[in-house]
Design a protein around this ligand. Structure first.
Ligand code: DSN
Length: 437
């Protein structure tokens, strides 16, 4: 039976064949590759199609009028008010908190709004050393966060003989806070494989009078699914993307438990940093949030973590070093030097993609190589878990990764031969576990 996607594609094909052709090719690429990028996922057809609706036609600047500071700047928003209210209510329910702003267009915009709401230009904030797992909106000098504010950074444990090697050094977090008295303390990362102790962060924030902001973009789905502790009640405010482990449309979300903060944050999103909300995306967020509130999402989150642990263990058996010795969440950083000093993240990313496994090169803590080269790759299991893969498949994937990287080290001819075989094997697995369109 033709699906809704088939109908959309057939319409597009006659209307704009060039774009339809490229979308069809991308769809085929997703169908036939293993998506190991830790920040990506495959949405349900319902989430996908909520985005392709007439809601895109509407301006709805402002907030639903049921909020004390609500009201819209355009007429005709009656259904948009209801959609946004449903999305906000579901977001609050997911995180068991009192306030949610569903309008940020992305995680970076959510972070920007929180910073504008809670700091003045020039104020100091603290975040993790960026190259050890942070995000560009956590203080990179070319980003708004590094241009308008003053970032100071706390480290991981870097001593190899320390039992917490490559994990957050909570004493150092406190020391940095004592020294710099940041207005905002940030936790939450793009490439940190371990559980975050939000309580310890709150203690550090309270000692210096800072606001604790948790950017849970990567782990949000694990939090909602009960596979990672919640930032609440410890964080004053949490931001997240909605498209990673939450498995929703591309977008952002801001959460808090404090009405005064919530009011400032809403104003900082609109009119502070955004204009019209993307109402078609907000509708898709609402659809995804309803999926996250179903009991099966708990099983999904638990399986993501089990798969990551299994993949890390299998790669370790094959002589790859997993930073910090493993993972508690959905991702791992593979230090390729454990396998061969000659292997770079950039080569590994390219070779694996040729063999139908997509991942990203990633610096490892204290990486001597530059970001365009790196000594590591970041692997994640959210998308392959959505596809239905389980622990036994992780051994197969680890062996595919090793076969391709070993072949790459052996030379171009060997790489071409092995990647062709692996690609065929992966295509067969993808046919067995198809994506739902
Ligand atoms: N680009 C995202 C990631 O891959 O982690 C962060 O926004």
């Amino acid at each position: 039976m033709p699906t809704a996607t088939d109908a959309v594609m057939s319409l597009l094909k006659s209307h704009d064949p060039a774009i339809a052709d490229l979308i069809a090719k991308e769809s085929e690429r997703q169908d036939t590759t293993l998506e190991l990028i830790a920040s990506e996922n495959h949405v349900s057809p319902a989430v996908m199609h909520a985005m392709g609706t007439c809601l895109t036609n509407k301006y709805a600047e402002g907030y639903p009028p049921n909020l004390p500071w609500g009201g819209r700047y355009y007429g005709g928003c009656v259904f948009h008010d209801q959609i946004e209210t449903i999305a906000r209510e579901r977001a609050k329910q997911m995180f068991a908190c009192s306030f949610a702003n569903v309008q940020p267009h992305s995680g970076a915009q959510a972070n920007q709004a929180v910073m504008h709401a809670l700091m003045e230009p020039g104020d100091t904030f603290a975040s993790l050393v960026l190259k050890d797992g942070g995000h560009l909106s956590h203080g990179m000098k070319l980003n708004f966060s590094g241009k308008f504010f003053k970032p100071v950074h706390y480290p991981l444990h870097y001593r190899k003989d320390h039992p917490e090697f490559e994990r957050i050094d909570y004493d150092a977090v406190k020391a940095v806070c004592r020294e710099h008295k940041p207005k905002l303390l940030m936790c939450g990362y793009s490439a940190y494989p371990r559980t975050i102790d939000f309580k310890k962060f709150r203690e550090a924030a309270d000692e210096c009078g800072a606001i604790l902001m948790a950017d849970v973009s990567h782990i949000a789905g694990l939090i909602v699914g009960g596979a990672h502790p919640s930032p609440f009640p410890h964080a004053h405010v949490a931001t997240t993307t909605t498209h990673k482990t939450l498995r929703g449309p591309r977008g952002g979300l801001i959460l808090s438990n404090d009405e005064e903060l919530a009011k400032k944050i809403d104003k900082a999103v609109f009119p502070g940093s955004q204009g019209g909300p993307l109402m078609h995306v907000i509708a898709a967020k609402a659809v995804a949030f309803a999926e996250c509130l179903k009991p099966e999402f708990k099983s999904y989150a638990a399986q993501v973590v089990k798969n990551a642990a299994a993949l890390a263990a299998e790669l370790t058996k094959l002589r790859y070093r997993i930073t910090s010795g493993g993972t508690d969440n959905h991702l791992m950083l593979v230090d390729l030097r454990g396998r061969s000093d000659a292997l770079t993240g950039s080569d590994a990313e390219r070779w694996l993609e040729h063999a139908a496994m997509v991942c990203n090169k990633n610096g490892i803590p204290e990486d001597p190589r530059p970001p365009k080269l790196t000594s590591g790759i970041r692997l994640g299991t959210p998308a392959i878990t959505t596809r239905g893969l389980r622990e036994p498949h992780m051994a197969t994937i680890a062996s595919w990764i090793d076969r391709v990287l070993s072949a790459g080290l052996a030379g171009e001819a060997e790489l071409a031969k092995v990647s062709a075989t692996v690609r065929d094997e992966i295509r067969a697995l993808c046919r067995e576990f198809p994506l739902t369109h």
